[in-house]
Design a protein around this ligand. Sequence first.
Ligand SMILES: C[S@@+](CC[C@H](N)C(=O)[O-])C[C@H]1O[C@@H](n2cnc3c(N)ncnc32)[C@H](O)[C@@H]1O
Length: 152
Amino acid sequence: MARSRSRRGEGFGGAWTKEKLDILQRYLNAYTTALKKQPFQLWYIDAFAGTGDVQLRASEEGTEDFLAGSARRALEVRDRPFDRLVFVEKNQSRCDQLEQLGAEYPQRGVQVENAEANSYLKGLRPVHNVRGVLFLDPFATEVAMTTLAHVA
Ligand SMILES: C[S@@+](CC[C@H](N)C(=O)[O-])C[C@H]1O[C@@H](n2cnc3c(N)ncnc32)[C@H](O)[C@@H]1O
């Protein structure tokens, strides 16, 4: 899934980044397929969404290699797509890129939230007839224990 792009992605990824994202992708596909005959709406919340692409490295030719990030991979679920995808990101320019990403998938219900993850998650309330995946991928220790207690 690596490719060259002219616009900037999110940071520099290594082999572990690809492995993490591949595992996420497999999980999202298995999860949505397992629930596809159930009468639930399926939501995906990515609380540290980045831009949709992860920058791997700059090549000697000057092109930049990108890996599809978590938001893009969630959008790419095809067997039973998510009904709603919420991308939370505190950086405004990354949110702008997430809006562009959402525009590439007009058939999906994309909502970009320029917000601090803990505040956003603590504002979530139980919703009837919805099942979903909450993906937390901070750089470090940005997720508060009180947030985990709220969403658990
Ligand atoms: C490790 S990157 C996420 C990469 C993303 N999962 C992907 O695959 O492309 C972490 C992202 O979280 C954002 N971030 C950091 N702290 C945050 C916070 N407290 N609330 C919301 N976003 C935050 C950063 O701006 C960054 O884009």
